[in-house]
Design a protein around this ligand. Structure first.
Ligand code: ADE
Length: 241
């Protein structure tokens, strides 16, 4: 998977992604990442990429031309490397479709993903019309820019790319993909300040452990995410209680 991020803050992206599991996967070559500075494509000596909004109003708007030139630069490299001329361009915006695990699964099938991170009051609509294929939000709240949302999408997609997680880590993915929340986990000591680990987990009886975990998942999902619980019960009516 090759990620290309168009941003005014490339260090924010490369620093965060070089840590932990994504960092390991980048080093091992399962992922590649370039963060391209939109400012490098400014056409004036002050490297300005924003201007006042037509019609007035608060804030500044990112200009179309530097964004478009940055995109062209990335596309030239993708073409040179034999990638698809139809690479998806994901614009992070609170006005987009709310990101979920299903979208992550679809994105994980792509060879190249291009992210466009906005700042100020937004980006000139004409640049968006020209290049953006997907408008994506990470939830109903407003951040200062698209970098954190892009990293949320990149992180979520990355753990679905073959090779990124090791076997032990990937077993952990199954639980949410069945539509239920994760069951509670415990490790040593068996007694922590008078709180004991549930007996069944010490029993070594695998079928009972599985049953207990599934019940806890159902219980939690019903309590914290009734919307997910309803959807799950529709698919598995025999588990209704
Ligand atoms: N930019 C600002 N807020 C955002 C959000 N919630 N999702 C995606 N991009 C954003």
């Amino acid at each position: 998977m090759n990620y290309h991020v168009m941003t005014l803050f490339p260090d924010m992206i490369t620093n965060a992604m070089s840590e932990s599991i994504t960092g390991r996967a980048l080093k091992a070559g399962y992922l590649a990442l370039e963060a391209v500075n939109i400012r490098d494509f400014a056409d004036n000596k002050h490297n300005r990429v924003d201007d006042y909004p037509y019609g007035g109003g608060a804030g500044m708007v990112m200009q179309a031309e530097p964004v478009y030139r940055c995109y062209e630069d990335i596309m030239t490299r993708i073409r040179e490397q034999g990638g698809s001329a139809a690479a998806k361009v994901i614009y992070l915006t609170p006005q987009g479709k709310v990101f979920d695990q299903q979208m992550a699964k679809e994105y994980a099938k792509e060879e190249d993903l291009i992210f466009l991170c906005g700042h100020y009051e937004g980006i000139d609509e004409r640049a968006l019309e020209n290049i953006v294929t997907d408008y994506v939000s990470i939830g109903d709240y407003v951040l200062t820019g698209g970098e954190l949302p892009a990293m949320v999408v990149i992180d979520t997609v990355s753990r679905l790319v073959p090779g990124v997680l090791n076997n032990e880590e990937s077993a952990e993915t199954e639980s949410f993909s069945d539509g239920l929340l994760e069951y509670p986990q415990y490790t040593r000591p068996a007694d922590y300040n008078g709180k004991a680990v549930p007996e069944v987990l010490l029993s070594g009886h695998h079928a009972n452990i599985e049953k207990w975990r599934h019940e806890k998942s159902l219980e939690r999902t019903r309590k914290f995410r009734p919307d997910l619980y309803e959807a799950y019960i529709k698919e598995h009516p025999e588990e209704s209680r």
